[in-house]
Design a protein around this ligand. Sequence first.
Ligand code: CU
Length: 104
Amino acid sequence: MKFHLKNCLLALLVSLCSLFWSVLVFADTDLFMAEGLVKKIDVENRKITIKHGEIKNLEMPGMTMVFRLQESVSLDKLQAGDKVRFHVEKMQGAFVITDLQESP
Ligand SMILES: [Cu+2]
């Protein structure tokens, strides 16, 4: 009986943790979108050169630089000269674009 109670408490703790985690993830959906101008696209290596404005979530001022593109980000319709809005995350020392949309 004591063992059973321990398992119950553990299960409760796990559920509380996952609940807390999903709240955190949900809060994180309000992602900062940087503005930029596409300079160059390297489809083969999934890299893109963007002249970008301030990236607040990375505390980065405006500059021109190369980003990596996450698998989920499509390159199909993109071309140099396009204005874009995008979200960048720092992953394992690299700047990775996780979301990218053409600016209207
Ligand atoms: Cu930069």
